[in-house]
Design a protein around this ligand. Structure first.
Ligand SMILES: Nc1ncnc2c1ncn2[C@@H]1O[C@H](COP(=O)(O)OP(=O)(O)OP(=O)(O)O)[C@@H](O)[C@H]1O
Ligand SMILES: [Mg+2]
Length: 491
């Protein structure tokens, strides 16, 4: 069975999202689709998965033009899709077990009165298909008790259980740590061996290198290049960014100032090794480590979410011990949290409304000022939108993310921590965000936490690796290597 697209075009109002794209993922291959935010990748996936109908062009199933009237039609044809922001596709209010077995529940196979407990064996089997070992207590608890990465894995496991012929993964690792991503890659390789066609969308070129048999590069709704193995990363980047490839280079000439924050004798967990850490003015500190290494605990301590079990924090020479985010904000310490649900975009609001949500009104004397700053933000982060008044849901996933992060960059801070700010954000935009963040770092200490080593290497001036709640490496980015950081992370 093959599913293919022939000359597919799709517009949303005046935006031409796809302009005649033909693509055929073959059985037993991983076809990576890459391209900048707003290039049309998710639109393409939605057409393949029956969520959207093309304006012109065709979906072919085994060479025959076919109309998918709904996602269910596509699933009957063997197409399973893990959509972008898959963690949001888990259903709050239902247990993890129910979320893992939604397909059975929806089909009524287990009857309307299936108790979560009766679902346990099936749920466990679905989870283990992806190497997830969950306790009964976890399976029976509400799915929202799990972190973003686990919820994302649950959405993937659910699709795998359907034994698809074409599996579409739209940025499946954006919420996963390197170790979790590796686990997913093993599964993807196994499916490839079994003859499944896999369409894999990612902004992480390291993954594309590691997994893809072919890479399709999209730009402005068109397929601009396809590379078969062996391809180089440089080929892919050049095709992706076009003339922008030259323009966005990693900034250099980093000079750190005085320490703004001093963390001394800190323990993140009751039994972890104590450590010291300075956050300096004018420096972007990249904080990395596996999930559970203590990144969130460290940011949480600064932001008043989870006080340190032991140790002191001084800010500009004064000891602080924020017990609540409001207190931290009072000190000028801001956190862009990892869980987007906690700072959700407001559907129906404009880009401008969403971008300025974090601002205390008094920073603005007039609406004109606010509008101007939002226009600057759209320009600096290259947000692809019809304008500040466009509704937020008209933006592609990565462009929405730029607005979420940009919202905090408009607000003056002494310490700004960003927890996983680059989820689903393209290479060019990561550097744009980094440049904006670096501009702010002139008067502030900036911490960027990411589980992805490549991302911290891209943006940080200095890199700190956490493992088991303690600092195991603290190096200038210029002296760091991917290999050494990965080793330290797993120490
Ligand atoms: N429902 C919609 N209404 C209006 N415009 C839309 C809608 N969905 C997508 N678009 C526009 O279509 C274009 C392609 O969006 P798409 O989501 O396919 O991009 P993408 O390549 O998946 O980007 P990302 O990497 O950010 O996820 C963008 O310009 C986007 O703003
Ligand atoms: Mg997308």
């Amino acid at each position: 069975m093959t599913v293919a697209l022939r000359e597919v075009a799709k517009s949303f109002g005046s935006t031409q999202a796809l302009r005649g794209v033909s693509l055929e993922p073959a059985a037993g291959e991983v076809l990576a689709v890459v391209g900048a935010n707003g290039a049309g990748k998710s639109t393409l996936n939605k057409i393949l998965s029956g969520a959207l109908a093309p304006d012109t062009g065709e979906v072919l199933v085994d060479g025959e033009p076919t109309r998918f009237h709904s996602p269910l039609d596509a699933r009957r044809a063997g197409v399973e899709t893990v959509h972008q922001h898959a963690s949001e596709w888990t259903i709050p209010g239902l247990s993890t077990a129910e979320n893992l077995t939604l397909d059975r529940l929806a089909s009524g196979e287990d009857g309307a009165w299936a108790s979560p407990r009766r679902l346990l064996p099936r749920a466990r089997a679905v989870a283990e298909g992806l190497g997830l070992h969950l306790s009964d207590a976890t399976l029976l608890d509400d799915v929202t008790r799990l972190g973003v990465s686990e919820r994302q894995l649950i959405a993937v496991a659910r699709s795998l259980a359907q034994q698809p012929r074409l599996l579409i993964l739209d940025e499946p690792t954006s919420a996963l740590s390197t170790a979790e991503a590796e686990r997913l890659f093993d599964v993807v390789r196994k499916l490839r061996e079994q003859g499944v066609a896999i369409l894999y969308v990612s902004h992480r070129l390291g993954e594309v290198d590691a997994l893809a048999d072919r890479v399709a590069v999209m730009r402005d709704g068109q397929l601009v290049a396809t590379f078969a193995k062996p391809f180089t990363r440089e080929d892919v980047v050049n095709a992706m960014l076009g003339e922008l490839a030259e323009e966005i280079q990693r900034p250099s000439g980093h000079v750190a100032g005085e320490a703004i924050v001093r963390i001394e004798g800190a323990r993140l967990f009751a039994h972890s090794e104590p450590f010291d850490l300075d956050l300096k003015e004018g420096e972007v500190l990249g904080l990395t480590g596996l999930i559970g290494a203590g990144k969130s605990e460290l940011l949480g301590a600064l932001f008043g979410l989870s006080p340190l079990p032991e140790g002191t924090i001084t800010l500009d020479g004064r000891p602080i011990r924020p017990q609540h985010p409001a207190e931290a904000i009072g000190h000028g310490v801001h956190l862009v949290p990892e869980d987007r649900a906690a700072q959700a975009l407001i559907p129906g609001w404009s880009v401008r409304g969403n971008a300025t949500l974090a601002l205390v009104r008094r920073f603005f004397t007039q609406a004109g000022n606010e509008r101007r700053r939002v226009i600057d933000l759209i320009r600096d982060l290259r947000v692809r939108t019809a304008g500040p008044e466009a509704p937020i849901e008209s933006l592609s996933g990565g462009n929405q993310q730029k607005v979420v992060v940009g919202r905090w960059l408009l607000k003056p801070a002494r310490v700004l921590a960003l927890d996983e700010p680059f989820r689903g954000v393209d290479l060019g935009a990561r550097r744009d965000i980094a440049a904006k963040v670096r501009e702010l770092s002139a008067g502030a200490a900036i911490v960027v936490a990411s589980a992805d080593v490549d991302e911290v290497l891209e943006v940080a001036d200095r890199i700190v690796v956490l493992s088991h709640g303690s600092v195991v490496q603290d190096v200038l980015a210029a002296d760091a290597s991917r290999e050494a950081l990965t080793l330290a992370m797993n120490a």
